[in-house]
Design a protein around this ligand. Structure first.
Ligand SMILES: *Cc1c(COP(=O)(O)O)cnc(C)c1O
Length: 500
């Protein structure tokens, strides 16, 4: 068949193979003794041997075995390496749950301004007034969007926000002298929810979902007692469905004395439309790197600000950004605080980008972001649903979970095969095999920043791929420099020498 290429660059065409091989050679292998990036004129000021400047214990016996290279070797190496990965700037990236929207370059420029980038966290507050004001305003905006009273910008990622909020809940119940030991989460929850509960010292208990993907109220009720501290819920959930029982669920949990934690990873669907605090949440986190366009992937950076209801405010981590009149400062003196969860002020670079994003869109613009994210997801769903079952129905929020189970039964082709084959056509794969309650799951989140043309190209490609020969699909991708690594081994025993 004729590949339907996306309008963006095509990943790893045949002609790239030379470049790919070179880029995967480690710099140590390219080293030639004596090769240098630059040759400077002889120094015309007196030199000082390093032995005179540093104590002996700070000096290595041998100089480190660094590779010796010319500047073009280094630039080509890293530039070529950077092209081996897909990115939001080069490819459509419908990785469900991760909200891989376009990262506006304007925000990168603003965060690189010397007044931002050259600040040092040890500077006196008086010289940081601009940044502190910006962070304070961000706290206010996040409180407003969430419908909750108080915000901490400290946590360094969504999962870290979950952990921080659960520690806040623990401190709250300890203060009330209630020994609550359990945290509940639905079986559709992101793995970080039960993991955070365990790290925070709680026992994690799973609540069943109904076939439509909503919380099974009977199962929830049977697990609610005075051992339950928190029910963690993602809404819209990881199936891309808004659980309209949420107000009722919150009433049930509150009646049992527990708190509602809202995993805010899916806030992209409801910005300016509905607020967690209004539908019953007591605490939540944001993923600014998802919802507010911070560049992410490859392990970071992220941030995970949390927002909480008034009664939980005293337990927030320190410092909190506060102001008196026109003066902004960091408050550390909070006797009930759980203490520090991160150094300095949090991941400021990500927070500043989030601030720029929020100010760029404004309240009306944010609502349009969510409306368009939901529209794009529903458009893709409607183009794909005749070929893929979507067990949770034919309407979704900002993402949906399609199942390749029928295709697997009919043609022996799995969700993983489709995901891998998409790479050959210049599309990043959707999230596959999550959430685990859908067989052969493909979780597709286009985001609001994609054009109709890109959505059409993706849908046409995915549909066309389903007709390709099963052998071709099962051995895909065919155009990348590595086809199907053993993902477990690759993580546990990475080969860093490029010897293969
Ligand atoms: C991404 C995500 C998280 C974790 O957030 P990180 O910032 O990656 O730590 C938690 N829950 C859901 C539903 C997510 O999609």
């Amino acid at each position: 068949m004729q590949p339907v290429y996306s309008s963006t660059a095509i990943h790893g065409q045949k002609g790239d193979s030379m470049r790919n091989t070179q880029a995967t050679q480690p710099l140590f292998k390219l080293s030639k003794p004596g090769r240098r990036a630059a040759r400077m004129p002889a120094c015309d000021v007196p030199t000082m041997p390093v032995e005179k400047l540093l104590p002996p214990e700070a000096l290595a016996a041998e100089p480190p075995a660094l590779p010796e290279l010319a500047e073009p070797d280094v630039v080509r190496h890293f530039t070529n390496l950077s092209t081996l990965n897909m990115s939001v700037d080069t490819h459509f990236y419908p990785l469900g749950s991760c909200t891989m929207k376009y990262n506006p370059k304007r925000n990168e420029r603003l965060v690189s301004l010397p007044g931002m980038a050259d600040l040092h966290p040890y500077q006196p507050d008086d010289t940081l007034q601009g940044l502190l004001r910006l962070l304070w305003e961000l706290q206010e905006m996040l409180a407003e969007i969430g419908g909750l009273k108080a915000v901490s910008l400290q946590p360094a990622a969504g999962a870290h926000g979950e952990l921080t909020a659960l520690l806040v809940a623990r401190a709250y119940f300890r203060h009330l002298r209630q020994p609550r030991t359990r945290v509940l989460a639905p079986d559709s929850a992101h793995g970080t929810n039960p993991a955070s509960a365990a790290v925070a010292g709680f026992e994690s208990v799973t609540v069943k979902s109904t076939p439509r993907g909503f919380v099974d109220l009977e199962d929830l009720q049977s697990k609610l007692d005075d051992r339950v501290a928190v029910f963690m819920i993602t809404n819209p959930n990881t199936l891309g469905m808004f659980d309209q029982q949420i107000r009722h669920i919150a009433d049930m949990v509150h009646a049992a004395g527990g708190l509602i934690y809202l995993d805010g990873a899916n806030m992209n669907a409801i910005l300016g439309i509905s607020r967690p605090g209004d539908f019953g949440a007591d605490m939540m986190h944001y993923n600014p790197h998802k919802t507010f366009s911070g560049p992410h992937g490859g392990g970071g950076p992220g941030a995970g600000p949390i927002a909480v209801r008034e009664m939980l405010e005293p337990y927030l981590p320190v410092p909190v950004v506060v102001h008196e009149g026109e003066r902004f400062g960091l408050e550390y003196d909070r006797p009930h605080s759980i203490g520090r969860v991160r150094s300095f002020f949090g991941n400021v670079g990500v927070l500043v980008r989030a601030y720029c994003y929020l100010r760029t869109h404004g309240p009306e613009g944010l609502r349009r972001v969510s409306e368009n994210a939901v529209l794009n997801a529903n458009y893709l769903l409607s183009r794909l649903k005749h070929r893929f079952d979507v067990p949770q129905g034919d309407r979704c929020m900002h993402e949906f979970v399609a199942s390749a189970a029928r295709l697997k039964a009919e043609r022996g082709v799995s969700a993983m095969d489709l995901a891998k084959r998409l790479l050959d056509y210049g599309f990043h794969a959707p999230t596959v095999y999550f959430p685990p309650i859908v067989r052969e799951a493909m979780m597709i989140e286009p985001t609001e920043t994609e054009s109709l043309e890109t959505l059409n190209a993706f849908a046409e490609t995915l549909l066309a791929i389903t007709d390709e020969s099963p052998d071709l699909l099962r051995s895909a991708p065919h155009s990348t420099c590595i086809s199907r690594p053993d993902e477990v081994q690759a993580a546990r025993k990475p080969v860093l020498t490029g010897g293969a």
